[in-house]
Design a binder for this molecule. Sequence first.
Ligand SMILES: Nc1ncnc2c1ncn2[C@@H]1O[C@H](COP(=O)(O)OP(=O)(O)OP(=O)(O)O)[C@@H](O)[C@H]1O
Ligand SMILES: [Mg+2]
Length: 228
Amino acid sequence: MIRLHEIGKTYYLTKVEIQALRAITLEIQRGEFVSIMGPSGSGKSTLLNILGVLDLPTSGAYYLEGVDITHLRDKELAQIRNRHFGFIFQSYNLFPELTALENVMVPMMYARRPKSERLARAKELLEQVEMAHRLDHFPNQLSGGEQQRVAIARALANNPTLLLADEPTGNLATEQSAEIMSILQRLNEQGTTVVMVTHDPRISAYGKRLVRLQDGVITADGPAERSA
Ligand SMILES: Nc1ncnc2c1ncn2[C@@H]1O[C@H](COP(=O)(O)OP(=O)(O)OP(=O)(O)O)[C@@H](O)[C@H]1O
Ligand SMILES: [Mg+2]
């Protein structure tokens, strides 16, 4: 589904250059559940953002379904993002002025789906993450775990082929973390491809494949050890 070929990312600051990623070559197949681990500053978020075309590499090539998308225009990249990718972040990133239901409807608005369909699908998705009883709550009226469940429902709104999660349980207690991970695991079993960044080995164990990053380089890539 995705092939990164010798991707590099350099941040140019006024006095220094930071090489966040160096010659990353990585393939992700449909149906995989990949955990990315590595020390703080090793380039995990940078890599995830490039995978989700939230950010562009400074060298190398990105192939999506065999098509080189490295040099597409912003507008085309935004379309790809909306159509193919769903994002989940450590800090949930819900729109504070919108209810749970409205938050989940937003990506479908960008995809120009009719209002009745948006409403029905948003309700259905919130049911799937057991949030049907909190449709009209605003983010600041929800617990962390509940906000993350809404964020997952929102990420799924346009049926993404790939779900990208950056430390999805980073702000959660053990019990809520397990709930979030069992939702991600179920989604993967139902066919969604998942790529997740974490530095918690108990969380990475939910993945089927483990990629290790160090100083912007992949140092290991293989089947994850399943603890369960
Ligand atoms: N916008 C930016 N401008 C300049 N440097 C950046 C920028 N974003 C990240 N970096 C640098 O790139 C390197 C990789 O950062 P990245 O956020 O990918 O690390 P990470 O592995 O996700 O770390 P953490 O576990 O702390 O989230 C770090 O040295 C960081 O300081
Ligand atoms: Mg990070």
